[in-house]
Write a protein that binds this ligand. Sequence first.
Ligand SMILES: [Zn+2]
Length: 120
Amino acid sequence: MHELSIVSSIVDSVTETLAAYRGAKVREVRLRVGALASVVEDSLQFCYGIASEGTRLEGSKLVVKILPVRMHCEKCAQDVEIASLQSFRCPRCSEPVAEMRQGRELEIDSIEIDEIEEKV
Ligand SMILES: [Zn+2]
């Protein structure tokens, strides 16, 4: 499954980040996913449960933020948001737009961890 490999690499990367914080437990992992990243959120959530099992991420929540597609319109000389993925046309002037500025992201936005309890 496509999503499982994505989620596995996210779990790996969070685990690596946490290596410096002993005793920290992950509460929430937030992702930024472009509308054209071709992943299904339900699958991400499902795979997250599997991939996080037995890791320090187990039991944490995956929050997926979908980013709208933004293209650059030369005629308007600005970035515009594409409402429909069926036609890549500028919503202002209807010119076709080809230069994508946002929409294929798939990255970790932030990680929320519980307070580190290191009792001496
Ligand atoms: Zn335009």
